[in-house]
Write a protein that binds this ligand. Structure first.
Ligand SMILES: [Zn+2]
Length: 298
C-alpha cells in the first residue's frame, strides 16, 4: 500500500473563548458527573503514577516521577516511544508536563491507544511522542506519518505558547487517529463526509481566522482553525472536547448547533468503527448531550 506523508500543524491561533451562559443545571451536573467518574482533565493522576515506585510509600504521596520510569510505562502500556532529546521533562516543569501527558492519554482508553499503535505497527511505523524545547515556528504541536507516526509537542515556559498540554496533545492524537480512518475510507470520502456537515461554509486555509464569528461558525466548527481544512476540522473537535468540555457540552445541547452535534457524533462513529468502540472519556460531553436530548420535554 502506498505510504502517505502527512504533516499537520496546530497553529497558535486559537479561538478566543468566552464562558457559556445558561444551562446552569446541566453544567453543574456535567461537572459533578465528571468528578464522580474521576475522568480526564478533572482527575488527579498523581496516585496512579506512584504505581511504578516504592510500594512502601503512602498511596496519596506525590512521588517524583523519573522520565525513565514514565517512558517505560508509556512503552509498556501503549507501545509508544517517548523522546525527550532536549531534556524538557527532566527540567523544572517536568513533573507538571508529564502529568499533562498522562491526562491526555487518560482521555482516550488505553485499549483505544493500543489499537492505534497496533495499526501503525502493521505499516512498520513506530509511534513516537517527542517533546521539544521551543523555539518553534508558531507551532505548538505536529502530527506526521512518514516512516514512523510522530507527534511532537513543543514546550515553552510561557503557558500561552506551551504545547505540552492536554488540548494540544489531544488535537495531535486526533490527527493520528484520523490518519487511520482515512486509510480505510480514503481521502475523498473522508473529505466529502466532513463537508456534508458544513452547509454553506467552505474550508479556507488562508482566511479562517478573519472569517470566524463564533455566533455563526460555532454552530458548525469547534474553533476557527477547524475552518482551515477537514483535517483540522476533526482535530479541533477533539481539542475542544479536551480543552473546554463544559462549553462543548453547552454548544451540543443548543439546537442551533445541530451541525456541530452531528459532526461530533460522526467523528465518534468513525473512531469506534475503524479503531475501537471502547468507551473513552474524550467524548463525555457528547454522551451528556445525547442524554439531554433524550429527556422528555418539560
Ligand atoms: Zn492540527
Amino acid at each position: 500500500m502506498t505510504r502517505k506523508i502527512l504533516l499537520f500543524i496546530l497553529c497558535l491561533m486559537m479561538a478566543a473563548t468566552l464562558a457559556g451562559c445558561g444551562e446552569d443545571v446541566w453544567e453543574d451536573n456535567y461537572q459533578q458527573n465528571n468528578e464522580d467518574r474521576d475522568i480526564g482533565v478533572y482527575a488527579d493522576t498523581a496516585g496512579e503514577q506512584d504505581d511504578e515506585g516504592d510500594s512502601g510509600k503512602a498511596a496519596d504521596s506525590r512521588e517524583i516521577l523519573s522520565v525513565e520510569n514514565f517512558a517505560a510505562r508509556l512503552e509498556a502500556e501503549y507501545s509508544i516511544l517517548l523522546e525527550d532529546e532536549d531534556g524538557v521533562l527532566s527540567g523544572a516543569a517536568g513533573q507538571m508536563l508529564m502529568g499533562e501527558i498522562d491526562k491526555g492519554f487518560k482521555l482516550f482508553s488505553s485499549g483505544f491507544i493500543r489499537k492505534m499503535t497496533d495499526f501503525y505497527s502493521e505499516y512498520d511505523s513506530q509511534f513516537i511522542l517527542r517533546i521539544k524545547q521551543a523555539p518553534y515556528n508558531g507551532d505548538q504541536g505536529i502530527a506526521e506519518w512518514e516512516d514512523d507516526i510522530t507527534i511532537i509537542l513543543y514546550y515553552d515556559s510561557d503557558p500561552e505558547l506551551n504545547g505540552v498540554t492536554v488540548p494540544v496533545m489531544v488535537h495531535e492524537f486526533g490527527h493520528a487517529a484520523h490518519f487511520i480512518v482515512e486509510e480505510y475510507i480514503g481521502e475523498a470520502q473522508s473529505e466529502s463526509d466532513m463537508k456534508a456537515f458544513n452547509g454553506d461554509f467552505s474550508y479556507d486555509k488562508d482566511h479562517y481566522d478573519e472569517l470566524w464569528d463564533e455566533e455563526i461558525h460555532g454552530a458548525v466548527f469547534a474553533y476557527d482553525y477547524g475552518m482551515s481544512d477537514y483535517y483540522e476540522d476533526i482535530a479541533t473537535v477533539f481539542e475542544m472536547l479536551a480543552e473546554e468540555p463544559e462549553k462543548m457540552h453547552s454548544r451540543l445541547i443548543d439546537t442551533r448547533n445541530e451541525p456541530l452535534f452531528l459532526k461530533t457524533s460522526y467523528i465518534r462513529g468513525i473512531m469506534y468503527q475503524y479503531i475501537s468502540n471502547e468507551c473513552y472519556a474524550i467524548f463525555e460531553p457528547l454522551y451528556h448531550a445525547e442524554e439531554y436530548w433524550r429527556q422528555p420535554a418539560a
